[in-house]
Write a protein that binds this ligand. Sequence first.
Ligand SMILES: C[S@@+](CC[C@H](N)C(=O)[O-])C[C@H]1O[C@@H](n2cnc3c(N)ncnc32)[C@H](O)[C@@H]1O
Length: 219
Amino acid sequence: MEYTDEIYDYIERHIDAVPAELARLERQSYLRMVHGRMCSGHHQGRLLKMLVEMIRPKRILELGTFTGYATLCMAEGMAAAGSADGRVDTIEIFDENEDFLREAFAGSPYGGMVNLIIGDALEVMPGMAPECYDLIFIDADKRVYPEYYAECKRLLAPGGYMIADNTLWDGHVVNPERRDKQTMGVKRFNDIVAADPEVEKVIIPLRDGLTLIRKRPTD
Ligand SMILES: C[S@@+](CC[C@H](N)C(=O)[O-])C[C@H]1O[C@@H](n2cnc3c(N)ncnc32)[C@H](O)[C@@H]1O
């Protein structure tokens, strides 16, 4: 089934609406950022919120904050699950986003649950304690998804979840002629996850593809 505008609108009318400040944030992402479409948006944002409510993590890590849309959806999910003391650590490399992000977090009832880290995820993560997160949302540089995976596995508690965005990469993953660095990064990531016996995995073909990965609990 093709994800046409008609289907998009139909879904829009049949799922939960977003809080006003999130709708504003999505609009601002398109108005003030060059690549506004990188923002998770309504459909994926509601899914992230619901997954967080189901998984009930106490600590979340996000790689790639952009305008903070997914960050706030996940914080909202934590609050809805009764973990108002939960925390979302989120890493963004592009320091010019910082003022926008501080404003977005200040304008949200869940902004106090967010810890923004400006830096390169691959440099920040090695300084973090092992097994300290219950959920990690991978959504930064597609070229280095395999490197993120290795580090995220170390940071994830047994039984914890990763959610990786863009894992179908506009369908390029099934095109053998696409050999650019981003496509190759996503393909390598998908192959590594598929071959890893230490995790369970499913791919949801929503938007650009979301992979849900569960690190098997230790006995
Ligand atoms: C697709 S956007 C993230 C969208 C956001 N997670 C959401 O769902 O609304 C990717 C973001 O990752 C950031 N990024 C790219 N490489 C990074 C890195 N090495 N470390 C941290 N952030 C990075 C980009 O600057 C960009 O803002």
